[in-house]
Design a protein around this ligand. Structure first.
Ligand SMILES: Cc1cc2nc3c(=O)[nH]c(=O)nc-3n(C[C@H](O)[C@H](O)[C@H](O)COP(=O)(O)O)c2cc1C
Length: 210
């Protein structure tokens, strides 16, 4: 992989406002994008996410007014709803245990991991803190998916502009005892050329302590 090519893809990626409604992402390309989300790192390897892919036009139309009426919602090929897990992340859950057990460690090592995890989770006992921790992991997966999409010429737009998290969860029939809405990302192909990239200078945001 050439560095210039990677940077070209990063420059190609922009928050696409209107997608070409007639162009659909192939199943192979969509799976490639989702796979890069699946392979993302997560704290303690808990894979805090679930990726819900909305292709149904009626459902997209229903979601649009809940997302500030943004055209990305209905013009995109695939609307990826990243959900963050909640109750299963609690220290005493079978899920957490299974995640440690799959590492093929000794019984003692698993016990040790569970202890450390349990301690780590002490300040995440309330819903809000648990959500903000789990959601942060989902954003990593989302970032990776947008980057990988750009490398195969697929456009994207992350969407935080929503009326309320609860309204979206309800429209999608999400079981809120298991999941929270973390982030929405629209994927598709641009109609208009992208505007010039605006970024602070490298020196303004990078400080190296030698
Ligand atoms: C988490 C997140 C949420 C965003 N939500 C929206 C949104 O709801 N609508 C939109 O048009 N752009 C949204 N953006 C896009 C940003 O405005 C955009 O990334 C930023 O202005 C930089 O422009 P660029 O991505 O085109 O380089 C969001 C970006 C991020 C990272």
């Amino acid at each position: 992989m050439k560095k210039e090519e990677i940077l070209k893809a990063f420059n190609f990626r922009h928050a696409c406002k209107i997608f070409d409604e007639n162009r659909k992402i192939s199943k192979e390309d969509l799976n490639f994008i989702l796979e890069t989300g699946r392979l993302s790192p997560s704290s303690f390897g808990m894979e805090h996410w679930k990726f819900l892919v909305v292709q149904n036009q009626e459902l997209k139309e229903k979601l649009k007014p809940l997302c500030w009426g943004q055209s990305q919602i209905t013009t995109c090929s695939d609307l990826v709803i990243i959900l963050s897990k909640n109750s299963v992340l609690k220290a005493d859950s079978d899920y957490v245990k299974s995640i440690f057990e799959r590492r093929e460690l000794s019984k003692e090592q698993i016990e040790q991991y569970l202890k450390v995890y349990s301690n780590f989770m002490k300040d995440k006992e309330n819903k809000k803190d648990l959500y903000s921790w789990a959601r942060a992991q989902c954003y990593i997966a989302g970032g990776n998916m947008m980057s990988s999409a750009s490398m195969i010429g697929v456009d994207s737009c992350p969407i935080e502009g929503i009326e309320s998290k609860e309204a979206i969860e309800s429209a999608l029939n999400i079981d809120v005892n298991k999941f929270d809405l973390a982030l929405i990302i629209a994927f598709g192909y641009r109609v208009n050329p992208q505007s010039q990239k605006k970024r602070l200078n490298f020196e303004e945001i990078v400080e190296i302590i030698e």
